[in-house]
Design a protein around this ligand. Structure first.
Ligand SMILES: Cc1ncc(C[n+]2csc(CCOP(=O)(O)OP(=O)(O)O)c2C)c(N)n1
Ligand SMILES: [Mg+2]
Length: 547
């Protein structure tokens, strides 16, 4: 008797199911209709979107919030090309996800096949790993390998192209190589006790040590880990996840603190432009460095850049290394430096307390966030997503850094937040999901409000409408002069009406008195909602300690 056979598409879907994945963010297309068909016989929910980049941003948010790779599935050629752009945000933000792209059938390759494109090469530049599946029977192993790579070491996006003929073909059930449990897991790379002790000795002899973490720790478990490191070692810690680096509005007068450090410990924080390449005067020329990183290449880069100033470097997984440091830590004798840095990071100018709009019909950004603040703080599981230029920076500076806060991140790409809010609601059924974003940024993925309405994924987006790409406008004023501004103007568009037309709830706010009621009605609507606030066009805040 011959063994029953399985379609490639069924092997992919069943493998995802075995790995515990039930939600797939997708947009249909010829190459992947077999996967849609296979989803019917598994327990997957397909959240289908209005742009492939949005599907990837949703998988990205899923990865950041759950720690498990989000799954995005798109068609080949143009679908894949659209999706690839969004991988940069996930790569920069160290977010685990798997992108499954349909692909020209193997029999047409090199012959001008339908939507033929060198997809794996294209995605390789913005992914941890990227390849094209080669056989039907091993598709499950491809999927397991992608999940393993996405979540191991420094998390990140992984891409597999799936040729449509391999998905349509069948393999005898006996020939299918199902991945076992371990195939989805990467062996941990631990920090040895002796290495931890050497690091702790160096920290003990420093006067002003500072531990910096990367975006992979910008989540509930990462923030908890850093809090425990701070308590056990009594040294200041910070997460660096913004392309604004030392000027990240979240970090207050960070630049004034880091400038004085005599030892910087990088715990999974890539040595890069956000650290101003360690150069004086931003960093003291005598400052020493310790590098703990899951990636050998990044350890080598830091050593190449900082040379003998690197006094200890090793490859280890960030989370487990943090746990070893906590377990073996001896607290420092004085908390003076820790308290000094905490005060600098929490520093916000006293003058902000009375900042208010001077323009009738428009609010100052800080007035918006004063009103939103209690709503963000009200629930321990609130998701807060900040996206865009100057308006969102005010939000990052004023709103509480809740454990589930997400920003667009080190990749520096704006526009991901509306899709991310959809995914956040798919992860979190009850707690509030807020987005704060600029009006330019709103336009990237506003069609996802239709997805949110259709899939019943409510959230509240607060958009600051200053009718301008203000972050870039400010660069023009700074670098070329106020008479040489061009190409950054927008219209004061009624985004609230756009959202209402798509089936959501819209509110227009033109005075500070209208705002609390508008936010409350937006939440109470239970619909995807847009609070469109007309704001003054104000540059982002940069906090410096008083001299
Ligand atoms: C994908 C992408 N395109 C362009 C930019 C450059 N950029 C950064 S901030 C910004 C302006 C954002 O405008 P808006 O959302 O209205 O926020 P505002 O600064 O006006 O508050 C632009 C164009 C970018 N970072 N990412
Ligand atoms: Mg704007």
């Amino acid at each position: 008797m011959t063994s029953p056979s399985l379609r490639g598409a069924d092997i992919v879907m069943r493998t995802l199911e075995r790995a515990g994945h039930a939600t797939i963010f997708t947009l249909s297309g010829n190459h992947i209709m077999s996967l849609f068909d296979a989803a019917i016989d598994t327990r997957h929910t397909l959240v289908h979107t209005r742009h492939e980049a949005a599907a990837v941003h949703m998988a990205d948010a899923w990865g950041r919030l759950t720690g498990e790779p989000g799954i995005a599935m798109v068609t080949g050629g143009p679908g894949h090309a659209n999706a690839t752009a969004a991988l940069m945000t996930a790569l920069g933000q160290e977010s685990p996800l798997v992108l499954l792209s349909g692909h020209t059938e193997t029999t047409q390759l090199g012959r001008g096949g339908f939507q033929e494109l060198r997809q794996a090469e294209m995605a390789a530049l913005v992914a941890k790993a990227s390849w094209t599946a080669a056989a039907t029977a091993t598709l499950g192993q491809d999927v397991a390998k992608a999940i393993r790579i996405a979540r191991s070491g420094r998390p990140g996006p992984v891409h597999i192209s799936l040729p449509s003929d391999l998905l349509d073909a069948t393999a005898a059930a006996d020939d299918v190589g199902w991945p076992d449990h371990d195939a989805f897991m990467a062996p941990p790379v631990a920090l040895a006790d002796a290495a931890a002790d050497a690091i702790l000795d160096l920290v003990a002899t420093a006067q002003r040590p500072f531990l910096l973490a990367g975006p992979a720790l910008a989540n509930r478990s990462g923030r908890d880990l850093l809090g425990r490191i701070e308590s056990a070692m009594r040294i200041p810690t910070a997460i660096m996840e913004s392309p604004r680096g030392f000027n990240d509005a979240t970090l207050g007068a960070f630049a004034d603190a880091i400038r004085r450090a005599d030892l910087i410990v990088l715990l999974g924080k890539a040595f890069d432009f956000t650290l101003r390449f360690g150069e004086p005067p931003s960093i003291d020329a005598a400052c020493r460095w310790i590098v703990i990183d899951p990636e050998a290449a990044l350890v080598e880069r830091a050593v190449r850049e900082m040379r003998e100033r690197v006094v200890f470097a090793c490859v280890a997984d960030t989370h487990s290394a943090g746990e070893v440091l906590i377990r073996r830590a001896k607290p420092r004798s004085s908390d003076a430096w820790l308290e000094e840095v905490r005060a600098l990071l929490n520093d916000r100018p006293a003058s902000w307390a009375t900042l208010a709009s001077k323009t009738p019909g428009k609010l100052h950004p800080i007035e918006v966030f004063r009103a939103l603040q209690p709503h963000v703080a009200a629930h321990p599981d609130t998701v807060l997503i900040c996206d865009g230029g100057e308006f969102a920076q005010w939000g990052q500076s004023v709103l509480p850094v809740v454990p589930r806060r997400m920003i667009n991140g080190v990749g520096g790409s704006i526009g991901s937040s509306l899709p991310m809010a959809c995914a956040a609601r798919a992860v979190e059924p009850r707690a509030p999901v807020f987005v704060v974003l600029g009006d330019g940024t709103f336009g990237f993925h506003m069609a996802e409000f239709e997805t949110a309405v259709r899939c019943n994924l409510p959230f509240v987006a607060v958009v600051g409408t200053d009718a301008r790409w203000n972050a870039e406008y400010n660069l023009q004023v700074r670098d070329y002069g106020p008479n040489r501004t061009v190409g950054c103007e927008l219209l004061p568009t009624r985004y609230d009406l756009v959202v209402a037309a798509l089936g959501g709830h819209g509110e227009l706010v033109q005075s500070v008195d209208e705002l609390p009621g508008a936010i409350e009605r937006a939440i109470a609507s239970g619909k995807p909602a847009c609070v469109n606030v007309m704001i003054e066009s104000i540059p982002a805040p940069v906090v410096r300690a008083p001299r």
